[in-house]
Design a protein around this ligand. Structure first.
Ligand code: CDT
Length: 303
């Protein structure tokens, strides 16, 4: 068995006035707790360094830029890398990425995988961007990810590390079966993802009331159908007046939840994950080479 004790480090709200130093301090504290509980890997959330700013229309470019990281690590985030190296623990971190290419600013909703020596070994940019590219009338909170980010341009790569095949996704990606399947086809053992999920995202009370159900439904189905661990880490609680779902989970390749957060605050949950647990599924019911019929799946890539 290949055991990896893994943590999901859920975050409670981050206020707009919190500095990077504040959020990094919170992350370091949870990293230490994860290490004290024997973890080799800690999974942080989506956009873990700032408040979830896509809820606002931000017209001022300098103000918008202040939510992004122009370098990683930076002076502000270096303590996270230093602490990881000191403790000998890896981490997965989501943040807003600003890159300047040929004088043009490009913005991505990004996540990186850092090994236990503090080295970045993988990067993923969110493919499925929810929401709108312009403010919607009559909404208390906007969801302007399509305005503030480009769709990721890296596909769904997997990375060898932590004794297995590691993959990443971000928030809305978890609702799409293709996310997991593309990584499943590369033999993924563990998919790490963070999320910020407001309860008001559809504008329909009945659907909104199922927010937490759909959160788990998506991740449990993705895990089972691709014989992979899924670590889902929330940013949750009431952030700047916006209520967001918690219930961070670690899901086994069986689709079973093996650890779940019970607060909507900073909370570390852990599980001893056997990266070989997916093998029985990969070799039997989900033996892709034997049972899939890609000749009948063409529509998926054509539309
Ligand atoms: N961050 C993110 O992708 N959140 C979305 C909210 C719903 S769509 C406006 C999600 O899928 O959880």
């Amino acid at each position: 068995a290949r055991h990896l004790i893994t943590a999901a480090a859920q975050m409670g709200p981050i206020s707009r006035s919190e500095t990077r130093a504040d959020t990094v301090r919170r992350l370091v504290e949870m990293m230490r707790e994860a290490k004290a509980r024997g973890c080799g890997l800690v999974v942080f959330t989506e956009l873990a360094l700032t408040t979830f700013f896509p809820r606002w229309m931000i017209g001022d470019e300098a103000e918008l830029d202040s939510f992004y990281e122009a370098e990683m690590p930076s002076a502000a985030t270096q303590p996270l890398f230093d602490e990881a190296k000191r403790l000998g623990i890896g981490f997965n971190l989501g943040y807003a990425e600003l890159v300047v290419e040929a004088g043009v600013k490009r913005r991505f909703n990004t996540t990186i995988l850092v090994d236990a020596t503090g080295r970045i070994i993988g990067k993923y940019r969110k493919v499925h961007l929810p929401g709108h590219d312009a403010p919607q009338a009559g909404r208390a909170f906007q969801h302007l990810e399509k305005r503030y980010f480009e769709p990721g341009d890296l596909g769904f790569p997997v990375f060898r590390g932590f004794g297995g095949v590691m993959g990443m996704a971000i928030c809305n990606d978890r609702r799409w079966p293709e996310t997991y399947r593309v990584m499943g086809l590369q033999g993924v053992d563990m998919v790490m993802l963070g999320y910020n999920t407001p309860f008001d995202h559809t504008g329909d009370e009945a659907v909104n009331s199922l927010t937490l159900f759909h959160n788990h439904l998506s991740m449990q189905a993705g895990a089972y159908q691709n014989a992979t661990w899924v670590v889902g880490t929330a940013k949750c609680g009431t952030e700047e007046g916006s209520k967001m779902g918690g219930q961070s989970v670690i899901v086994a390749p069986s689709g079973e939840i093996v650890a779940q957060a019970v607060t909507v605050e900073d909370e570390v949950i852990t599980a001893k994950c056997d990266l070989d647990m997916g093998r029985i599924y990969k070799e039997t019911i989900f033996n892709f080479a034997r049972h899939r019929r890609p000749e009948h799946y063409r529509l998926i890539v054509e539309r």
